[in-house]
Ligand binder design. Sequence first.
Ligand code: ADP
Ligand code: ZN
Ligand code: ZN
Length: 689
Amino acid sequence: MDEPLRLRVAVEAPQHSGLQTALDYSCERWLSPGTLVRVPLGRREVAGVVWPGDPSEEPSLALKPIAQVLQAVPPLSARWCELVEFAAAYYQRGLGEVALSVLPPELRKLDDAQLANRITRLRKAFDKPVEAIAPTARPELSPDQATALGRLRELSTPGAAPVVLLHGLTGSGKTEVYLRAAEEALASGRQVLVLVPEINLTPQLEARFAERFGSGAAPRRIVSLHSGLTPAQRLKNWLAAHLGLADLVLGTRLAVFAPLPRLGLIVVDEEHDPSYKQQEGARYSARDLAVYRGKLEGACVVLGSATPSLESWQRAEQGRYVRLSLASRIGGGALPTVRLVDKNLLPKATGVTSTLSPQLVAALATRLERGEQSLVFLNRRGYAPVLHCTACGWKSGCPNCSAWRVFHKLDRTLRCHHCGFTQSVPRACPDCGNLDIASIGRGTERLEEQLAASLPGARVARIDADSTKLKGALEAQLSAVHAGDVDVLVGTQMIAKGHDFRRITLVAAVSPDSALFSSDFRAPERLFSLLMQAAGRAGRDAAQAARSEMWVQTWHPLHPLYAALRRHDYTAFAASQLKEREMAGLPPFAHLALLRAEARTAEAAKEFLQAAADLAAQIPGASELLIYPAVPTSVARVANVERMQMLIEASSRGALQRVLTPWMASLPSLRSQHKAVMRWALDVDPLAI
Ligand code: ADP
Ligand code: ZN
Ligand code: ZN
């Protein structure tokens, strides 16, 4: 009898199983790499993917056989496997863990017959002609757009896969460039992947792509991929991409792993957005993986932003990316005038500083009279960040976290935004019984209240994570804004992003200063980008653009960040930030990783990290790394778990990676001596420090 074949399979296994690579299984017949299978692991049967590469030579008596083969689904491509393998290695996670976590969950549940069924139905659905949408005319390209597209065409010769950084303000016509680039890729028979940072932004963009490509002589099939889909929809759309039925895939970060047999173009819109970084499991950056994938697949990559990440900007400066700029807004719309309100000059009302300066209130009142809309944002939800007792100094701390519980006035609760612990507001101080409990500071709820009080007759609406909890609430609120049923929109940064509000002529940031002095070196970059984006909300309608304004209330009106903002000068801001980063030895001039540990006590977490650092020191190449002492995370205790982190710095990615791989493999050995440590996780290229 023939000996059964030996195959490598990437299997789904939890991170701490220590399983980093593929396992060997036996099979009666050869299966092509990329085939989906089910295999026994321990006492369970788990999903797996037959992996490229040679199985180990080690003779093993008890090789387990592959239990099921899902033949209905064509094998994943070698390039897809390579992308996953790179992501697993770079972000230091198990191969099978990454491979299976980026596949639609339904693939694990259905058997071969069920999958075959779904695929037949899907093919049938795609055989039907698309419902015709009234075609819209393509606009004449602006000179900047024409130049950008011309360069893109020049660069995209066969065999070349350029990475382009498309720098242009909101409203400068970047999306039109994506559409035209997509058109050309589609015309040559290739697929297009478009990534957006947030689910909320997919319908808008999907509509624009559908308008352009969903009709005409050769209508294109567009599918979306994001976590807001039902499991069945997600499987369907994923299969449509994988089978090559969909021409265009639009999605959030997880879509970077969508299998696309004819991929020709990847667009990453708002490439600077932190949402592209996954914050759990394999902490990958979808933007960075998109760039890697473009090289792998010979696909052109377009990274678009008004305020590119300094990493991407730096690469463009070095010539590794090609920078293309759209210098002005379409229709010549002027940019809003930036007005800084110097809080130092405001009259001090007895002990309390008002959130809203008289100047800002007057400007808002003028808009109200003219029937124009305003947008006011503050990055803190709830009514007030903390309650306190005026007699004994009690504050509304969370018993489980090192954080204050936020006062929510609408339902009179104190809520912890970290662990969720919620109680009704006490009638009297829990410590001394005093009835005089006051709130300190302000959140969006209070701002909403103050705006309504300062602007009698104004229709004030609030959009933040609290007001949009119910499904459909955000859509309903947004359409009220679009319909003109709102005069003043209050909210967190949620409203500063992406939404195309046509009637807004004033945008105000009431209290953005804290980011200027944050311990996180990226805070200024994020603030600048947020303010630029918020400014882009104002005056998108050229007719109104001339009188649109952006207001910033600040204690530091001379800060260089605000100076650059006044001139809408990202380039100057980037240059000054990059200089600071270079002097301080921070990214993109250094490469970082962050090891975090969680334990019942801070000591236990710290001891573990120290022991980990000692292990690292023994690894060849460790001398090229700088390992900082462990420190508590910004909110150290959450739900009674203490969190510490340790920063690792290297001058090159290579130096970092050479140590990280053996180091991560050695950490499970610490487990037995550090039983109090509940978990640890490594974040490569962390975004928040
Ligand atoms: P961005 O993506 O940079 O914010 P958009 O591509 O959305 O910019 O363009 C802003 C607005 O200008 C949109 O309403 C778009 O339809 C319109 N637009 C874009 N390019 C042109 C063009 N060449 N001619 C006329 N209108 C255009
Ligand atoms: Zn008290
Ligand atoms: Zn808490």
